[in-house]
Write a protein that binds this ligand. Structure first.
Ligand code: PGA
Length: 248
């Protein structure tokens, strides 16, 4: 039943082919002995170069979004098949920044998740409440809705990863406490248990995301239901390797 820990970076709209390669070259020796799975989700245009850069290392490359249609008149979009062709393994879906700035909804999260699964990509489905929602005690309600709608029609939940990212903790330096993150992720696992059976829910990797860094990663990773992290800011520097090596 042991779930292999997974540390994923989210570069967001940062780095270039040159600076990205330089960072990966620095990270490669540092993450060599890591016991967890490691990924970097990079801007789409950097995927070919970064896939080359990580060759021979533990690091896998992920994307930050995927369109739900197989192909067609969707100017500016990228399909799951295109990502797969470049050896992409993971794709972040429904990040709160996409929900906030690009009109992403639970419905589009659902369509993208199904498209990714159909193409053997591993979706990293992001869910999380805003500060307002937490303050009026709506966290569980919001997460329930995001899971029920976002995962509709998903047959094998063990093929995806969930990232719990409280919106108030992303890029703010305000991390959820170890206890808050554990308690909420435990709730998510319980909800998945109701949807897919406890045995399957116990196999799903659930990551914490939101100002996770080289200092607070140990405490978060020590929580029984937290299987890893989705790391934004700290994935843009060699600190990322310290997080990957949280157990050393
Ligand atoms: P952060 O971002 O680590 O910079 O807070 C996390 C995320 O948005 O995935």
């Amino acid at each position: 039943m042991a779930r292999k820990p997974f540390i994923a970076g989210n570069w967001k709209m940062n780095m270039t082919a040159a600076s990205g390669k330089q960072l990966i070259d620095e990270l490669k020796p540092l993450v060599k002995g890591a016991k967890c799975d490691v990924a970097l989700c990079v801007p789409a245009i950097l995927i070919p170069a970064m896939t080359k850069a990580v060759k021979g290392s533990k690091i896998k490359i992920g994307a930050q979004n995927v369109h739900f249609a197989e192909s067609g008149a969707y100017t500016g979009e990228i399909s799951a098949e295109m990502l797969k062709e470049y050896g992409v393994k993971y794709v972040i879906i429904g990040h709160s920044e996409r929900r906030q700035y690009f009109g992403e909804t639970d419905e589009t999260v659902n369509k993208r998740t199904l498209a990714a699964l159909n193409n053997e990509l591993t979706p990293i489905v992001c869910i999380g409440e805003t500060l307002d929602e937490r303050q009026v005690d709506l966290t569980e309600h919001v997460l329930t809705k995001q899971l029920e709608k976002g995962l509709e029609g998903v047959e094998d939940v063990t093929k995806l990863v969930i990232a719990y990212e409280p919106v108030w903790a992303i890029g703010t330096g305000k991390t959820a406490t170890d206890g808050q993150a554990q308690e909420t992720i435990k709730f998510i696992r319980k909800k998945l248990g109701k949807m897919y059976g406890v045995k399957n829910a116990n196999k799903v990797k659930i990551l914490y995301g939101g100002s996770m860094n080289a200092k607070n990663c140990k405490g978060l990773m020590a929580q029984p239901d937290i299987d890893g992290g989705l790391i934004g800011g700290a994935s843009l520097k060699t600190d990322f390797a310290t997080i990957v090596n949280y157990d050393k």
